[in-house]
Design a protein around this ligand. Structure first.
Ligand SMILES: Cc1cc2nc3c(=O)[nH]c(=O)nc-3n(C[C@H](O)[C@H](O)[C@H](O)COP(=O)(O)OP(=O)(O)OC[C@H]3O[C@@H](n4cnc5c(N)ncnc54)[C@H](O)[C@@H]3O)c2cc1C
Ligand code: FES
Length: 324
């Protein structure tokens, strides 16, 4: 049994707490339903949530009894509360907006209190109560004092549409804590680092790659950024400049088109995964970061694992749509 707000609900296998509460009429915020986005964060007031439902949460949250409802298959009765309260958020001011291409906007935020993060992690941007979305951090705290997010406009998107059309410089927004495992750790610095992203999936990779190079990674670093069309790419000049500065860094834009403009950029024709496989014989020593289109992330994860990479060295953030 699950108790929420004084009401008792049944929750039996094979249903998660999220499924059980939602099926019985409770409006629980949710997103990926896969333990990634942390939209379904809840707090256990009585009882013990299974360890699996707390995987990936910060120690401080685990200690306070927070858990992910979509990952929680209770082994005993629990009394729970909605988890994403104001205490887990802070304010930030919109200091700049910049269109990176036709669909992707860079949003620069200055948090009102210190905000700890690593480039490539993500935060939740709140539009209103119970309406928030995850966006990855492209900025590097050692270089930039604002948080940089790349928000792609989704047709009829409630949050991305608001960011593109309404949210103005000078406004204050609420953001959640930084979270996620997609970030560079300075170890095995002579081994390859491979980064694959599509569309705004470049955001975390742009942060990770600059962080890795700044932290002295001297093994080969390959960044593949893909888009259907040349106009969908962005930050080409900055990445080409980075490749000039660091001989171990290789920037590989990939598009479906051919033509003079694509040739001038040195863009490859086809998918990021196709280009990666063509360039590398195997992945046994590689650390890999995959971000953006969920199908690309899924295919690449399998291919790279079968090519010899350890699952523990594959870090992925599929940009899964939200459920609410
Ligand atoms: C870990 C994580 C990190 C993310 N980082 C980023 C990021 O850095 N930049 C970024 O732009 N997005 C990112 N996303 C996606 C983002 O969180 C939102 O899902 C996205 O902005 C759409 O939200 P919305 O409210 O605008 O659209 P919604 O109102 O949620 O959706 C509107 C409609 O569009 C559909 N839809 C939603 N997403 C897509 C999609 N990708 N393609 C096609 N149809 C879709 C929905 O099913 C719905 O029918 C990330 C997601 C996750 C889980
Ligand atoms: S982590 Fe539970 S819905 Fe995304």
């Amino acid at each position: 049994m699950i108790e929420l707000g004084g009401k008792v609900y049944e929750c039996a296998p094979p249903h998660s707490v999220l499924e059980a509460l939602t099926a019985q009429g409770e409006a629980i915020p949710s997103g990926c339903r896969a333990g990634v986005c942390q939209s379904c964060l809840m707090r256990c007031l009585k009882g013990t949530p299974p360890a699996k439902s707390q995987e990936g949460l910060k120690t401080s949250l685990v200690q306070q009894g927070y858990f992910l409802a979509c990952r929680c298959y209770p082994e005993s009765d629990l009394t729970v509360a909605l988890g994403d309260g104001p205490g887990l958020r802070q304010s930030a001011i919109v200091v700049r907006r910049e269109m990176l291409n036709r669909d992707i906007l860079a949003l620069y935020l200055r948090p009102e209190a210190p905000f700890a993060y690593r480039p490539g992690q993500f935060l939740r941007l709140h539009k209103e109560a119970n309406l928030s979305r995850c966006y990855s951090l492209a900025s590097v705290p050692e270089f930039e004092d604002t948080l940089e997010l790349h928000v792609r406009r989704i047709p009829d998107g409630r949050v991305s549409g608001w960011v593109h059309d309404t949210l103005a410089v000078g406004e204050t927004v609420e953001i959640g804590d930084s979270t996620g495992h997609c970030f560079y750790v300075p170890e095995r610095q002579d081994h390859p680092v491979l980064l694959l992203g599509t569309g705004s999936g470049l955001a975390p990779l742009y942060g990770i790659v600059r962080d890795a190079l700044a932290q002295g990674h001297h093994g080969p670093v390959w960044l593949y950024h893909g888009s259907y069309a040349l106009e969908g790419l962005y930050r080409q000049a900055a990445l080409q400049e980075l490749a000039r500065r660091y001989p171990n860094f290789h920037y590989v834009p990939c598009v479906d088109q051919t033509g003079a403009a694509a040739e001038a950029l040195g863009a490859r024709t086809g998918t990021v995964l196709g280009a990666l496989v063509a360039d590398h014989g195997g992945f046994s020593k590689a650390r890999v970061f995959l971000c953006g289109n969920p199908d690309m992330v899924k295919d690449a994860r399998l291919k790279i694992f079968l090519g010899g990479a350890s699952m523990a060295d594959i870090f992925a953030d599929p940009f899964l749509p939200s459920g609410s």
